[in-house]
Design a protein around this ligand. Structure first.
Ligand code: GDP
Ligand code: MG
Length: 166
């Protein structure tokens, strides 16, 4: 099983930390930066069950609605539509306008997993369920996985959840 996976989210939600955590885990890294005909590859994770090829997305602009930014956002949408799986990363307890803008570039169809990162920051774990209830309907997510990329909490569960989706 091989699948192309894109990680998206507004700046600072922990995308790079998550990618490093994913490809850093007892896994053979085939390549850190490579090129395929379709995509720029930022990392490859191979375990017993699957191979995840992580794909770069061009940064997208949310501040101004002008022609260039709209065109860049279209490019992001095209990349996202052309991968097997999208990991949409947000921060636990925070879902704002800039996160909403990312939702706008998610593919119309396809598998998008909502990754709620930085759960270690929640003072009280009981805050998680009401937060999930608030965000779960902004898009028809295939899965919702809360985790801490920094601590590694639940990262293995993310892989388990997405492997059947590849
Ligand atoms: P990116 O801009 O989405 O790639 O975000 P980064 O991976 O660069 O992370 C942004 C900041 O959030 C850094 O200071 C990270 O150390 C921090 N961070 C990332 N993941 C976690 C997490 O699970 N918990 C906490 N508390 N901080 C995190
Ligand atoms: Mg980053």
């Amino acid at each position: 099983r091989t699948g192309f996976v894109a990680i998206v989210g507004r700046p600072n939600v922990g995308k790079s930390t998550l990618l490093n955590r994913l490809i850093g885990q007892k896994i053979s890294i085939v390549s850190r930066k490579a090129q395929t005909t379709r995509h720029r590859v930022t990392g490859i994770l191979t375990n017993d069950d699957a191979q995840f090829v992580f794909v770069d997305t061009p940064g997208f602009q949310t501040k101004h609605r002008n022609a260039l930014n709209r065109s860049m956002n279209r490019t992001v949408s095209q990349v996202l539509a052309d991968v097997d799986l999208v990991l949409f990363v947000i921060e636990a307890g925070r879902f704002g306008e800039d996160d909403r803008k990312v939702v706008e570039v998610l593919p119309q169809e396809g598998k998008v997993v909502l990754v709620i990162n930085k759960v270690d920051r929640l003072a009280d774990k009981s805050q998680l369920l009401p937060f999930i209830a608030r965000v779960k309907d902004v898009y028809p997510f295939t899965e919702i996985v809360p985790l801490s990329a920094e601590r590694g909490t639940n990262v293995e569960q993310l892989l388990k959840a997405v492997t059947p989706l590849l």
